[in-house]
Design a protein around this ligand. Structure first.
Ligand code: KG4
Length: 338
């Protein structure tokens, strides 16, 4: 089954062609990051407008690169939640038009389910059940993935997402948006014990997280140095921050996998690209005798292929949308609106 899949939830316009949820025939991704960088974050209106100008061209290019024609497409999958509402609507409306004109089913896909499914593309042998940590710019959740479309959240951030925290901390250190990668590069030059940063625990919710205190601690460290006229050890702060984020994520995920009896751990989303977090997971999984799955860098960030992968399994589970499909800025991964 060939699915043309569309992703436009934030600042990447992406269209892919995926066969049977596992094989990527084409994966066109156009990042708008440069356009938003001067504002220090994503500007929703610019994101929506840029999706409009790019989406049709990317779809044509994906079909060409896949070596197929429009007639070969069996279904259209599209991200409909969560994300920036105006940005999502561009993809959803394009997908509706494409499905209608080709006379094929329209499959709504939850963005974070897509991130998890990126791992099905990278690891042909991977099948649920497993425990997943999904870490991106907008979401940070620990998910019990019982089946391809049967999952529940067992831990989540109470405030900022891990990626958002990276971006905000990077901004304080004068690094460009998106801040995750520059922060990682700066951290490589510093000591992770240079600063003592908080690791919040939420009473009664061992798998939940909070990153707002960590973010504030980075802001305070920077302001303190400025007020005292001292030179800030930026690399040390970046390294200590990165360690603190990893310390919040890795032990919780390992403990949750242990409690649920899972020996497979999957990491997904843009922050899964982080070298320190990947290394800490590798070490923890080796120690615990668990198998780790983390996608290659290309599949960590937003892309259309992951939507095609999850779209296939949603299709098999019977998910179909009509021309009344709406987009939603927020939606839980385990409580999806059909
Ligand atoms: O998954 P993604 O591309 O978009 C969302 O669905 O949100 O994730 C983007 C996030 C940004 O916050 C970005 O700073 C972060 O992923 N990120 C990283 C790294 N590369 C991207 N965070 C830490 N280390 C990285 N190497």
């Amino acid at each position: 089954m060939l699915i043309l899949s569309i992703e436009s939830s934030c600042d990447e316009t992406a269209v892919a062609v995926v066969r049977d949820g596992r094989q990527v025939l084409a994966d066109e991704v156009l990042s708008q990051a440069d356009m938003h960088a001067i504002y220090g974050g994503v500007v929703p209106e610019i994101a929506s407008r840029s999706h409009v100008t790019a989406i049709s061209r990317l779809a044509t290019s994906a079909i060409e690169k896949a070596g197929i024609t429009k007639k070969d497409i069996d279904a259209i999958a599209v991200t409909y939640a969560p994300g920036l509402i105006g940005a999502l609507l561009v993809g959803v409306n394009f997908a509706k038009g494409a499905a209608m004109s080709l006379g094929v089913p329209l499959i709504p896909v939850h963005h974070v389910r897509g991130h998890i499914a990126a791992n099905y593309l990278a690891f042909p042998e991977l099948e649920p059940p497993f425990l997943c940590l999904a870490i991106s710019g907008g979401n940070t959740i620990i998910v019990d993935v019982r089946g391809y479309t049967d999952m529940s959240i067992i831990g989540a951030t109470h405030d900022d997402a891990a990626g958002e925290c990276f971006d905000k901390a990077a901004r304080v250190l004068g690094l460009p948006y998106p801040g995750g990668k520059p922060m990682q590069e700066l951290a490589e030059k510093g000591s992770d014990t240079a600063f003592k940063l908080p690791n919040a625990h939420i009473e009664g919710h061992p798998y939940d997280m909070s990153f707002s205190g960590l973010k504030t601690a980075v802001v305070n460290a920077a302001h303190n140095a400025e007020q005292k006229g001292e030179e800030l050890d930026k690399a040390g702060l970046a390294a200590s921050f990165q360690k603190a984020v990893s310390d919040a994520l890795v032990p919780r995920t390992m403990a949750a996998a242990e409690e649920l009896g899972y020996d497979k751990i999957v990491v997904a989303g843009g922050v899964a690209a982080n070298k320190r977090i990947r290394a800490d997971f590798e070490e923890a999984c080796k120690k615990a005798g668990k198998k780790l799955f983390v996608p290659p860098l290309k599949l960590c960030g937003d892309n259309g292929a992951m939507i095609g992968a999850q779209g296939y399994y949603e299709y098999l589970a019977g998910a179909r949308a009509g021309s009344d499909l709406n987009a939603y800025a927020t939606m839980d991964i385990d409580n999806i609106e059909k």
